[in-house]
Structures are given as C-alpha cells and as structure tokens.
Design a protein around this ligand. Structure first.
Ligand SMILES: Nc1nc2c(ncn2[C@@H]2O[C@H](COP(=O)(O)OP(=O)(O)OP(=O)(O)O)[C@@H](O)[C@H]2O)c(=O)[nH]1
Ligand SMILES: [Mg+2]
Length: 405
C-alpha cells in the first residue's frame, strides 16, 4: 500500500455516514468556539485557515462557560463511550501544531519557491530549518540521508512535492520499532493500574492528570486521583478542581504531609472502591533536586510495596515550549526513576514542535501523549502520521487528493 493511501486511511478513517454527521457537528461546535477557524469535514474541502489566536495568550469571553457546559454533559453520561472520529482527532493535531506549521512549514515553502531544483545547497538550507525547529541533530542527519537517497532513487529534480517526501521519511524514522509502547500499560480487568506522574514544576502534570482521567473515564474506567504534591500551596485544591470537573474521587491529606503516606491511603481507597486506575500527582518543586529525587524514590517504593509491579507507568511530563531544556530534565528524571513514557505538554504553545522527534531519538522513551491545548480533550495519544500531517497539512492535502483511488 502506498504511503499516501496508508496516510489517508489513518487520517480520515472510514467514517460511516452517521460518524460523518457527528464529525461535522463536532467541527461546527469547534468553529463556533474558535470563531475564526474553518474546519471542513472532508479532506477535499480543506482550505487555508486564518491564524487562530493561541489559547495561552487569549481568553475568549464565554469559553469557560461553554467548557463548563460541555463538562457537565460529560459528567452526566460517564458510561457512554464517545469515540471521536479519526478525522476530528487529525484536526486536533492540525490545530495544535499551528504555530510550528506557520513557522517551520512557511520557511520550507519559501525554500522550495527559491530553489525549484533539488541540489546540495537546497539540502543544506533544509537541514538548517529542521535544526531550528528543534528536530535534533541525529534525527536531522538520518532524515537528510534518507531524503538524498530517495531523491536519487526517484530521480527527482525539482523541489515540488518535497514536503510529501519529507513527511514520508519522518514517519518512517519515527515508526522504527517502538510503536507498541505507545499504549498505556493497563492491567487486566479487576486489577488496579497505578500511573505515577513526575516532572518539574509548571510543566503540566496536574492538568494532564485531569485530562487523562477524563479520557479513561470516557472509556468506562473508574479513576481515583492521589494528591501527592503536598509541597506547593494550592496544588491539592488544583487537583480537587480537576477531580470535581471530571467526576473522580481525590484522595488527599493536608499541605506539608508525607506524599508517600498520601499514596498509601490512595491505594487503599482505590482498592476498596474497586477502581480501575489510580493516577498519582507529585510535586515538581522541592528545596533542591536531591530532595525531589529522594521523595520520588520513596513514593515509588510505597506504591510497589502495596501493588505488585506498580507503578505500571511512570509518565514524565515535559513542556514542549522549553525546547532542549526538556531533554536535560528528562535525563535527570531518567536517572532517578524508571520513566516508562513521556507526555509532551503545550505542543500548541511552541513553534518548535520538532522537539517530539528529538526526544524520541535522544531518550529512547516513547512519547505516549501530547498536550495540544488546555481543554479536557486536548490530550491525545501521540501519532506519527497525524503529527506529520500537522506539520505539512496544506501540502499533504494536495498529495492526498492526487492519490485518490
Ligand atoms: N496550551 C497548553 N497549556 C497547557 C497544556 N498542559 C498544561 N498547560 C498549562 O500549563 C500550566 C501549568 O500546568 P500544571 O498542570 O499546573 O503544571 P504542574 O506540572 O502540575 O505544575 P506544579 O504543580 O507547579 O509542579 C497551566 O496553566 C496549564 O493550563 C497544554 O497541553 N497546552
Ligand atoms: Mg501540579
């Protein structure tokens, strides 16, 4: 099967007529929320959209109310599995990667227009652009080798369509091997799965816990949250707000208490309630790094003593907007705990979304989820095809149309 056929199947899926209507309604709702964005339901109709204001920088009046209404609706029907259509998930990646696309892809387009012919100078400039987008040195080198080889093999002379080849090769690089690790390591039915979140302060741990709890709840799971950040004032309340919003019980003690004791309580409570998943929040800031790492070790120890083989996931939250610094943080945490996956938050807030590829290549820890915005359903499992589509949406729309079967 050709790359584009595969890509199209993945991005658009095979929606039933009913799903198409649902997708269109969802997209209309999004349009109303975002006001200035047009999101057509059919790939053939995708047009260039106007620049959306970033949710980080702007508060749209009414958004909070709208959000609350949506949340109430979700809390009322927790048992119903609302499976979003493939295309609506694709659109989330497209929206979340808008900053990167506007910065990186417009430069690539500019390059293509200036060069027309593929030659060594073109490759060198492209290499620079990829490095600027934080893709990471090794990945860029690997990609450039693949591109040169492909261009030679297919005897490609002009730069038209080079975005499509870059997309294909990026997916190829990302998908080498570790695909299966993206799924969360969930325990069989009737057994408790424990997920521990770690990361420095402000990266988005607590917010991501809320979003993940919402995600798991909408899959019909019972989720309990453990307020393990007893250090920062307000952290416990923040988790409680998420618990109320999503409809999950939050196990907590007073500020300043021992986080390991909170975990102990939370595990007992989760077992008593026959919960499917316990998600544990932790502090991102302590007096010093040694304290932070010691605390994590202790928390880890208590969890694994109470539940065999737990924690089943240790998810490290990294803030995509911190660029290469995120890689340094990851190294530190990797040394202190057995990190099983990364959640890359705030991908929507950076123009250097290439960091996903650098993390994968440098750390060999799978990026399990990406944060594409601040709404409850803006946490998505990482998906190389959708990510690449987010980078090159406009160029790829044309290719996908040309490859109609
Ligand atoms: N735009 C955007 N903002 C996000 C995302 N994830 C988290 N945030 C925001 O990042 C800020 C910090 O998030 P928190 O969840 O409080 O971070 P934390 O890691 O728990 O921080 P500490 O509790 O201080 O350790 C909040 O304003 C979130 O709304 C995301 O994917 N996109
Ligand atoms: Mg927090």
């Amino acid at each position: 099967m050709s790359f584009f056929k595969r890509l199209k199947d993945k991005l658009v899926g095979n929606p039933t007529e009913e799903e198409k209507v649902v997708a269109m309604n969802e997209e209309e709702a999004t349009e109303q929320e975002q006001d200035d964005v047009t999101v057509p339901a059919q790939i053939e109709k995708v047009e260039e959209v106007s620049v959306t204001e970033s949710p980080i920088e702007t508060e749209i009046p009414g958004t909070i109310e709208d959000q609350e209404q949506q949340e109430v609706a979700i809390v009322e029907e927790p048992e119903v599995e609302k499976k979003p259509s493939a295309w609506s998930i694709t659109q989330k990646f497209k929206a979340g990667l808008e900053k990167t696309r506007n910065s990186f892809t417009s430069k690539v387009n500019d390059l293509v227009a200036r060069y027309r012919k593929v030659d060594e100078d073109f490759f060198e400039e492209l290499e620079d652009l990829l490095l600027q987008a934080d893709v990471g040195f090794e990945t860029v080198m690997e990609l450039m080798d693949k591109l040169r080889f492909e261009v030679q093999r297919k005897n490609i002379k002009d730069t038209n369509g080079i975005q499509a080849i870059i997309s294909e090769k990026l997916v190829e690089i990302y998908e080498q091997g570790e695909e299966d690790l993206i799924e969360l390591n969930m325990q069989p039915k009737d057994e408790l799965t424990v997920i521990l979140f770690v990361g420095v302060n402000g990266v988005g741990k607590t917010t991501t816990i809320g979003k993940l709890a919402h995600r798991l709840k909408s899959q019909g799971k019972t989720v309990v949250l453990a307020a393990g950040d007893t250090f920062r004032a307000g952290a416990i309340d923040q988790l409680q707000v998420w618990g109320d919003r999503v409809g999950c019980e939050v196990i907590k003690q007073s500020e300043g208490s021992d986080p390991a004791a909170v975990m102990y309580d939370a595990i007992r409570a989760a077992k008593n309630r026959k919960a499917d998943v316990l998600i544990c929040d932790t502090a991102g800031r302590l007096q010093n790094k040694v304290n932070l790492m010691n605390e994590l070790e202790k928390v880890h120890r208590v969890i694994s003593r109470e539940v065999p083989n737990a924690p089943h996931e240790v998810l490290l939250a990294l803030d995509a907007t911190t660029g290469q610094n995120a890689l340094v943080q990851a190294q530190t945490f990797k040394e202190a705990t057995n990190v099983t996956g990364i959640v890359l938050t705030k991908l929507d807030g950076t123009a250097k979304g290439g960091i996903v590829l650098a993390i994968r290549n440098k750390l060999h820890i799978p990026v399990k989820f990406v944060g594409l915005g601040e709404q409850m359903d803006d946490l998505q499992p990482f998906d190389a095809e959708r990510y690449v589509y987010g980078l090159f949406a406009d160029g790829l729309d044309k290719e996908l149309q040309n490859n109609e079967d």
